[in-house]
Design a protein around this ligand. Structure first.
Ligand code: GDP
Ligand code: MG
Length: 433
C-alpha cells in the first residue's frame, strides 16, 4: 500500500529544477523510509507536513509512522517528486527530449513549474539579460496543450462518428480519448461541468456539433483539471526578480468566472529561492546554524552565543547567510520551497487517511494497546469512498470487505466519502478474520 501521489517538476533548462529537488528532498532520510518500491535516479522524496491526529487522540507518544515521521503532532508524509529535465520549446513537435518528457507527465498528479524569475536565462536555458519570464509560463502551457490537442484533433472525426453510432454520453467518449493521459472520468466530468457553467461552448455537451475551436477550449479546461500547476517563481534572491515577480502576479490575478490564464492563478504562484534553501540545509548539516525548512529565520552563534553546540562561522559563510537573510527571509518570509509542496498537495485536495486496526488505540493491533499508533497515512483523491479506499489498500480487503468504522465505533457505509477530520481514521473489517 502506498500513496501514489506524484509531483512532476518541470521548467526550461537552468530554471532551478534540480536545485529545487535538492532543496525539498531529504537526502538524510533513511533509505527505504518511503512507501515506494523503486526510486529512479531522477526522483526524490519530499515530505508533506500536516497535523497528525495522534495529538488530538492523546497517543503522540505511541505515534510511529512507518514512513516519514511525526514530531509534536506535526506529521511529514512522503510524496514522490520527478525531475523532468530536457523540456525545450518545440517539445510537442519532438524537439529536445520532446515526447519522452511529455510521457513522463502522464504519471503526474500535479506539476511544479520552476520559473527563473531573475530574467537571466532565455527560453533555451542560455544566459541572458532582461529576459521576460512571463513567456515561460505561456510556453509551458502551450507545449502541453499542443501535445494533447494535436493527438485528439487527429482522431476527432472518427471519434464523433463512433460517438453518434453508439449514442454514448459525451463525458464517456471524451474520457475514452483522454484516458491515456492518466485521467479519471471524474476529471473529465469536472472539465465538462466547467464548460457548461462558464458557457464556453455553445453546443455544450453535444460534441458532434463542436468546432475545432470548441475542442481546443475543452482541452484547455481539461488541462486545468488534469494538471493543476504550482509555479515556483525561483531565484527571488537575484537583482531583477522583484520587478518580474510583480508583473507576473499582476498578470495572473484571479478573475471570477473566467477560465484560468495559461492554467495559472495567483494563489498557485509561490516565490522561492531553491539555492538559498540548499545552502541553509548545508549549514544546518555542518552545524553552523539552527534552521528548519519553512522558517523565516535561522540562528547562528553570532545571534545567540548560548548555542554552544553550533560552530563558529567564517567570513564567507557569514556574508552569504547575511545575504540570504536580507534578500530572501526578511523580504519574503521564507525560502518558499516547503510552501510549494503544501500547495501542490492542496491543489488536488488530497485527503489523508489513517487505516488502523483499532479505533480505540489507533494501533496496528486491536488487542495490544502499547503497539505503535497511526503507522500509516495514505493520501487519497477527494471524493474517494470507504470501499474505494479498501480496494486501494489491498485487493483482499476489498474482496472480503465486511464493514468499516471510525472513531467512537461509528459504522461507515461503503459509499461514504472520506473527509479529513470526520471519518478519515478507518478500521476495515473483513469476513476472513
Ligand atoms: N541565485 C539563484 N540561483 C539559483 C537558484 N536556484 C538555482 N540556481 C542556479 O541556477 C542554475 C541552474 O540550476 P539547476 O537546478 O541546475 O537548474 P535545472 O537545469 O532546471 O535543473 C545553477 O547554477 C543553480 O545554482 C536560486 O534560487 N537562486
Ligand atoms: Mg537539472
Amino acid at each position: 500500500m502506498s500513496s501514489s501521489f506524484v509531483v512532476a517538476c518541470v521548467g526550461k533548462p537552468s530554471a532551478g529544477k534540480s536545485s529545487f529537488l535538492n532543496a525539498v528532498t531529504d537526502a538524510a532520510a533513511k533509505v527505504g523510509n518511503f512507501p515506494f518500491t523503486t526510486i529512479e535516479p531522477n526522483q526524490g522524496i519530499a515530505y508533506y507536513p500536516l497535523e497528525c491526529p495522534c495529538s488530538k487522540h492523546g497517543v503522540s507518544k505511541q505515534c510511529k509512522p512507518r514512513y516519514g515521521w511525526c514530531k509534536n503532532g506535526r506529521r511529514f508524509v512522503p510524496i514522490r517528486l520527478l525531475d523532468v529535465a530536457g523540456l525545450v520549446p518545440g517539445a510537442s513537435e519532438g524537439r529536445g527530449l520532446g515526447n519522452r518528457f511529455l510521457d513522463d507527465l502522464r504519471q503526474a498528479d500535479v506539476l511544479i513549474h520552476v520559473v527563473d524569475a531573475s530574467g537571466t536565462t532565455d527560453d533555451n536555458g542560455r544566459e541572458a539579460k532582461g529576459y521576460d519570464p512571463v513567456g515561460d509560463i505561456q510556453w509551458l502551457r502551450s507545449e502541453i496543450e499542443a501535445w494533447v490537442f494535436g493527438n485528439i484533433e487527429r482522431r476527432w472525426p472518427g471519434v464523433v462518428r463512433r460517438h453518434k453510432a453508439t449514442k454514448s454520453l459525451a463525458v464517456d467518449t471524451l474520457h475514452a480519448q483522454l484516458a491515456g493521459y492518466g485521467t479519471t472520468r471524474d476529471i473529465v466530468q469536472r472539465a465538462m461541468d466547467t464548460v457548461v457553467r462558464l458557457q464556453l461552448i455553445e453546443a455544450r455537451d453535444d460534441i458532434s456539433q463542436w468546432s475545432t475551436e470548441d475542442l481546443r477550449r475543452f482541452v484547455g479546461v481539461f488541462l486545468d483539471q488534469r494538471f493543476p500547476t504550482i509555479v515556483a517563481l525561483n531565484k527571488i534572491d537575484m537583482p531583477d526578480a522583484d520587478k518580474n515577480i510583480a508583473a507576473i502576479l499582476k498578470r495572473y490575478r484571479r478573475q471570477p468566472n473566467v477560465v484560468l490564464r495559461d492554467g495559472v492563478s495567483e494563489e498557485n504562484i509561490v516565490l522561492t529561492s531553491a539555492l538559498s534553501e540548499c545552502f541553509l540545509r548545508r549549514m544546518v548539516k555542518q552545524r553552523f546554524i539552527e534552521y528548519t525548512t519553512g522558517d523565516d529565520d535561522f540562528k547562528s552563534l553570532d545571534d545567540d552565543p548560548a548555542l554552544t553546540e553550533l560552530r563558529e562561522l567564517d567570513d564567507k559563510a557569514r556574508r552569504r547567510l547575511d545575504n540570504i537573510r536580507d534578500l530572501v527571509l526578511f523580504r519574503y518570509g521564507s525560502t518558499g520551497v516547503q510552501e510549494v509542496i503544501v500547495r501542490a498537495v492542496e491543489a488536488v485536495g488530497f485527503v489523508p487517511v489513517y487505516p488502523v486496526k483499532s479505533v480505540v488505540n489507533f494501533g496496528a493491533s486491536s488487542t495490544d494497546s502499547s503497539s505503535a499508533a497511526f503507522q500509516d497515512c495514505v493520501l487519497v483523491r477527494p471524493g474517494t469512498t470507504v470501499r474505494e479506499f479498501a480496494r486501494k489498500m489491498h485487493n483482499q480487503l476489498d474482496v472480503n470487505f465486511a464493514g468499516a468504522e471510525t472513531v467512537g465505533n461509528l459504522q461507515l457505509a461503503e459509499d461514504d466519502v472520506i473527509v479529513a477530520g470526520k471519518n478519515n481514521i478507518i478500521k476495515i473489517t473483513t469476513t476472513a478474520q
